[in-house]
Design a protein around this ligand. Structure first.
Ligand SMILES: [Zn+2]
Ligand SMILES: [Zn+2]
Length: 332
């Protein structure tokens, strides 16, 4: 018992290593850019002020979005998706799997659930004892069910899902802007050092590494960002891109795809002014998503919200528990 607790504790500590690595690189880049480039290398005062101002805007936006992606707790299913005491007893007392499925199907009738397991049964998480809402998956690193789970990201040491998907996308965007800004402003000084126009010294190596690291991060982020842009446009999570959600009529990759504009609004919200600011503006509460096959009047987000939201019940949010660096691990 004590051993497993110690192991879990070690696991939690180790899971912060990727975040520490990223933070260290960012802190070094701050020192290298502000001190070694702007104060030591640059001689033009106006250029220095402009560079410093623009750098700090990029730096603050990057830190803000990274912080939000790391520390926003993932949303978990609300109470009404948990089995009541009597339902739980009935479910556990029953030994025949078919009857168990019927019990779940009966309970699920009261819930806005459209997706099914591969077998056609209601999706149920044995570990959390919860009927999984559409797009919800169990994360074995966090050891809980996560609403609209995308993937468990070791670089933010958090589950990327309904509550922080917008922040994760903004984090990718601002990371790329940060890298592009550094690379484009450092490049001319890199050339000057290269041809011997500037004296040798520690600044030369900082500038050289700034360019190299910024380009390296930019190229790797570009692919991930491109992939997520495609996912947002199609309204798919990473998990759904790997395995299409199953509906009553069978699997449908585009089951939640309601058109580019509405797909974007689902993640970023109605107010375009807030799209690029890391404040939560995603539509809905993560339990219901409009379906492509349903008429607008039948879409849960638009029409039946009142019906399904009547008992309110704020989501229980549980802090992420850390685990090894695993990108995706789910059980559906
Ligand atoms: Zn679960
Ligand atoms: Zn997770």
């Amino acid at each position: 018992m004590a051993l497993s607790r110690a192991l879990r504790c070690c696991q939690r500590i180790f899971s912060w290593i990727p975040v520490i690595i990223i933070s260290s690189v960012v802190l070094w880049s701050y020192y290298a850019y502000v001190f070694e480039l702007c104060f030591v290398t640059l001689s033009n005062h106006l250029e220095r002020v402009v560079y410093l101002l623009m750098f700090h805007v990029c730096f603050i936006m990057f830190c803000w979005t990274y912080w939000k992606a790391i520390f926003t707790p993932p949303s978990t299913p609300s109470k009404k998706f948990h089995l009541s005491y009597s339902d739980k007893e009935r479910y556990e007392m029953e030994e025949r799997p078919d009857v168990q499925k019927q019990i779940l199907a009966e309970i699920a009738k009261k819930l806005p659930i459209f997706t099914r397991a591969q077998s056609g049964a209601i999706r149920f998480c044995d570990r959390c004892q919860v009927i999984k809402p559409d797009r919800c998956h169990h994360c074995s690193v966090c050891e809980t069910c996560i609403l609209k789970m995308d993937h468990h990201c070791p670089w933010v040491n958090n589950c990327v899902g309904f509550s922080n998907y917008k922040f994760f996308l903004l984090f990718l965007s601002y990371s790329m802007i940060y890298c592009v800004f550094i690379a484009s402003t450092v490049f001319q000084y890199f050339l000057k050092f290269w041809v011997g126009d500037l004296p040798n010294g520690p600044a030369k190596f900082h500038v050289l590494f700034l360019l190299f690291v910024a380009l390296m991060f930019f190229v790797s982020l570009m692919f991930l960002f491109g992939y997520h842009c495609w996912l947002v446009a199609k309204n798919r999570s990473t998990l759904e891109a790997f395995s299409a959600p199953v509906f009553q009529n069978g699997p449908d990759r585009n089951g939640f795809n309601v058109g580019l504009s509405r797909n974007l609004r689902q993640v970023f919200g109605e107010d375009k002014k807030l799209w690029f600011i890391p404040v939560f503006t995603s539509q809905g509460d993560g339990h219901y998503f409009p379906l492509r096959t349903l008429r607008e009047s039948e879409n849960p987000l638009l029409a039946n919200e009142g019906k399904w939201m009547e008992d309110g019940g704020s989501d229980e949010e549980s802090a992420d528990e850390n685990g090894p660096s695993v990108i995706i691990r789910t059980e559906s």
